[in-house]
Design a protein around this ligand. Structure first.
Ligand code: FAD
Length: 440
């Protein structure tokens, strides 16, 4: 991170703590609106989880691994023959690192352009307007702000009975920097992050087994999507244990043993060389000194409570992104960053949380917006369903991507679109059209 200058006793209109998609967007929007803005980041580069150890590096690896998979599996049917195909893991990871650097460097540029003061260090409250910054060299500095935006994000959560050693028993963060393709990667958790990283290594040649506690993978999405995705990924060679509960993971040399319980209570175990624990993320507020301003966090999820204006119970202290309720998604955090900045200057911004889409970048991709069938049923909403399989689309046949479907849920009486659920090629791109249709 390039620090702009050494600041002393600086006063700001807004101090943003955390520079992830929530924090950097909030800081830039505040500066654009004429507010004197500072952003504090404890790591050496801006961009938070998303740019450094989340969305961006995972998408870079997904793209590289997809090229490799297509070259080794799909090219032949297109009449393209390759000799001596091989994988250069070091180059694949180097490219990912370069992609990350380009993106984090982009934030440094935008901060400079918008005259935002960047501070490297851990920000913590002294009082509701004073933030102390503990810098990497151990020194401390205080800055003051009329408004504070907490955007400290989240970190991977684990299971109390599993010790993450970061070498063989790993989280998503370590899974982004492996130097070899696992022989057998055992995933605990069949949610978005686990399935995406499982896809990377499966495409590169690893055997991937998924243990999921719920009776379906991607359990928070429409059930039809999880069922179809499991079917397709099984065809690609992945092994699933849904309804199974992980109970432990131990390491001996290079071997990991993962134990788990079947739905009928039978004890099972798998042996592999890596275990990726991807059981969700937990809000991150360590070291923030929330107690100094009388704030507490929810017991479960450790989230900070905010009102409809994303303001905490302390006036002038806001919180956005993964650290508050709602979907843990980069674009949700970004929208909230803009929302708070505009609220601070007295504008009346609006976020339609129902229309924040969610995407799983497996292949086929999965993308959805609005209500699921399960939610509509629970709310006693009368709806009708329209479904179309990609198999019946000439374009899908031409590209050889025939798995999946598009499902549209509409109000039975008014035809208003209530939810769109897609599993299929380029679902991530197509969902934007559904969002527009539903918004307008
Ligand atoms: P974060 O990005 O977590 O940023 C918080 C920042 O605050 C961090 O840089 C942290 O160092 C800093 N910080 C914390 N405490 C302090 C402090 N006291 N002082 C100073 N700095 C502090 N989302 C998507 O929408 N699409 C995806 O494809 C996607 N893929 C993902 C893949 C993976 C592997 C992971 C892990 C996540 C993915 N996500 C994705 C989720 C996305 O990364 C998060 O939702 C998003 O980063 C949240 O943004 P945020 O600004 O709330 O917090």
């Amino acid at each position: 991170m390039q620090l702009l200058k050494e600041h002393s006793a600086m006063q700001y209109d807004v101090i943003v703590i955390g520079s992830g998609p929530g924090g950097y967007v909030a800081a830039i929007r505040c500066a654009q609106l004429g507010l004197k803005t500072a952003c504090i980041e404890k790591y050496a580069t801006y961009g938070g989880t998303c740019l450094n150890v989340g969305c961006i590096p995972s998408k870079a690896l997904l793209d590289s691994s997809e090229h490799y998979y297509n070259a080794s599996h799909a090219f032949k049917t297109h009449g393209i023959n390759l000799d001596n195909l091989s994988l250069d893991m070091a180059q694949l990871m180097k490219r990912k690192t370069e992609v990350v650097a380009k993106n984090t460097g982009g934030i440094t540029f935008l901060f400079k352009k918008n005259k935002i003061d960047g501070y490297q260090g851990i920000g913590s409250f002294k009082d509701k307007n004073t933030i102390s910054i503990k810098k990497p060299d151990g020194t401390e500095q205080e800055i003051t702000g009329k408004n504070i935006i907490i955007a400290t994000g989240s970190k991977p959560s684990s299971l109390p009975f599993i010790q993450i050693d970061k070498k063989r028993i790993i989280t998503s963060t370590e899974a982004l920097t492996l130097t070899e393709v696992p022989k057998h990667l055992i995933l605990i958790g069949g949610g978005v992050i686990g399935l995406e990283l499982g896809s990377v290594y499966s495409r590169l040649g690893a055997k991937v087994s998924v243990i999921e506690f719920m009776d379906s993978i991607i359990p928070t999405m429409d059930r039809g999507l999880g069922k179809e995705l499991q079917k397709v990924l099984s065809k690609q060679g992945r092994e699933f244990y849904t309804g199974h509960k992980g109970t432990g993971a131990t390491v001996k040399g290079k071997e990991v043993t993962v134990t788990f319980d079947a739905p009928n209570g039978d004890k099972k175990e798998l042996k592999g060389d890596y275990c990726l624990v991807a059981v969700g993320r937990i809000a991150y507020t360590d070291g923030l000194g929330l107690d100094k301003i009388g704030l507490t966090v929810e017991e479960r999820g450790r989230k900070i409570t905010v009102n409809d204006h994303l303001e905490t119970s302390v006036k002038g202290v806001y919180a956005i992104g993964d650290v508050i309720k709602g979907a843990m998604l980069a674009h949700k955090a970004e929208d909230e960053g803009t929302f708070v900045a505009e609220s601070i200057v007295g504008q009346k911004p609006h976020i339609n949380y129902n229309l924040i889409p969610g995407v799983v970048y497996t292949w086929p991709e999965v993308a959805a917006v609005g209500q699921t069938e399960e939610q509509l049923k629970a709310a006693n909403v009368k709806y009708k369903t329209g479904s179309f399989p990609f198999r019946a689309s000439g374009r899908a046949v031409a590209s050889g991507d025939m798995d999946g479907f598009v499902k549209v849920l509409a109000d039975a009486a008014t035809d208003e679109i209530l939810g769109v659920h897609i599993i299929g090629p380029r679902a991530a791109d197509m969902i934007a059209e559904a969002v527009c249709a539903m918004e307008f």
